[in-house]
Ligand binder design. Structure first.
Ligand SMILES: [Zn+2]
Ligand SMILES: [Zn+2]
Length: 92
């Protein structure tokens, strides 16, 4: 289940809007370095090659590593010690 909402940084208190997590038919990757996000569709039939989107390995902007298991990054101090304070939308 993915979520979109307002996150607050535990380090500097900055609030920002972001989304996190993937869903039933997609995964949300984010760059370790610049926090750029990429949505990748999951294969509809996992055994069938060629379905679904290729999983990104590198951020196309900065070359950083793409991961789908990290929380959003604070835009101000670049900490990932953040918590969701307002949920605006849940989606699969
Ligand atoms: Zn990047
Ligand atoms: Zn911060």
């Amino acid at each position: 289940m993915g979520v979109k909402g307002i996150f607050q940084c535990r380090r500097c208190g900055h609030r920002f809007r972001a989304r996190a997590g993937g869903g039933f038919n997609f995964r949300l990757f984010r760059c370790e370095d610049c926090d750029r996000t990429v949505v990748v569709g999951n294969p509809i039939w996992p055994d069938m090659p060629g379905t679904g989107d290729p999983v990104p390995e590198k951020c196309e902007y900065c070359g950083g590593r793409m991961r789908d298991d990290i929380p959003p990054m604070c835009r101000k101090c670049r900490s990932r010690d953040v918590e969701l304070v307002v949920t605006e939308m849940l989606y699969d």
